[in-house]
Design a protein around this ligand. Structure first.
Ligand SMILES: [Zn+2]
Length: 298
């Protein structure tokens, strides 16, 4: 067994897990980098040439390749930082290979209301189950704790298939940090929109973003006064009433929300789950509210 090879793979697996838990959202993936195995294979190939297998000679190509590939398809054993782990011990006495993967420290937003910051979290517990009895199909249940408040643990469910890792579950749900310029009274819709988009439900996200715009318009006293005579004012009517409340120099320099509203409506009506549109509208909405602050519009 090539010790370095095994260590590199375990290290890359740990990195991919850290990236998944720190920076990815529900149902997103990371992949363990295994490119170095190709380089290792090429190196062995040039070292040994294409000699046929012999009891005393160098290993065959098949042996080389099998030796490299078994580490991507073997079972993983997850190791907590305070546990001692030796790859050699894991394989001795067992016919099957086991790759010991250290659980990384991650960064995520703490759900504790006293904390609510992006903080380092340490792994405190883990369990592993196999899917369909296959070595390289595994499910990990991981528990992490916030270093700064030592509050309740965050639970993650990760599915592994060979070198691919998918974030399949998280409790409590991720806390989304949103820009402080977004008005608090309506920020719930905005936050839910971002969570929906992050979880792969962009169309629901676009809809929630439009709900946010609409509810914000309705919360502006001048707007509600302007449409008071109508039982069900349309988005266009609300938008026009809102536009009328903005100073002219504001409208010259910044978009009112009506353009964004129209773009969102068009996407919703054609069921177009456009991720680029979502992220663009998200940015433009933030810019709009920052501009309101700049103009001191209350
Ligand atoms: Zn905390």
């Amino acid at each position: 067994v090539n010790k370095n090879l095994e260590d590199s793979l375990a290290e890359n697996a740990s990195k991919a897990l850290g990236e998944l838990l720190s920076n990815k959202h529900l149902y997103q993936r990371t992949k363990v980098s295994v490119e170095f195995l190709d380089a290792e294979f090429a190196r062995r190939l040039s070292d040994y040439g294409e000699e046929p297998e012999s009891p005393y000679g160098p290993p065959s190509l098949e042996e080389c390749r099998a030796d490299l590939e078994r580490w991507t398809t073997c079972q993983w054993s997850l190791v907590l930082p305070d546990q001692n782990y030796c790859h050699q011990y894991a394989t001795i006495g067992s016919a099957k290979d086991v790759l010991g993967v250290f659980l990384p420290t991650i960064k995520t937003v703490c759900a504790n209301p006293r904390c609510k910051e992006r903080a380092p979290f340490n792994p405190v517990s883990c369990s592993v189950s196999r899917n369909n009895g296959v070595e390289h199909e595994q499910c990990f249940h991981l528990e992490y704790q916030c270093q700064s408040c030592k509050g309740p643990n965050v639970h993650f469910l990760v599915r592994r298939s060979n070198a691919k890792l998918t974030l399949c579950g998280r409790s409590p749900i991720e806390v989304v940090e949103i820009d402080k310029a977004i008005p608090k009274e309506n920020s719930g819709f905005f936050r839910d929109a971002v969570i929906a988009h992050n979880s792969g439900q962009t169309l629901a996200g676009l809809f929630l973003l439009r709900v946010f715009v609409e509810q914000f318009w309705k919360s502006v006293p001048d707007v509600s006064a302007a449409v008071a005579a109508k039982t069900r004012p349309t988005g266009d009517e609300l938008g026009e009433a809102y536009k009328a409340t903005l100073p002219n120099d504001f409208k010259v320099r910044f978009q009112s929300l009506t353009e964004i509203y129209d773009d969102l409506s068009a996407a919703i009506h054609s069921a177009n789950a456009d991720a680029i549109l979502f992220e663009g509208c998200q940015k433009q909405i933030v810019t709009h509210f920052e501009a309101r602050r700049l103009f001191k519009i209350r």
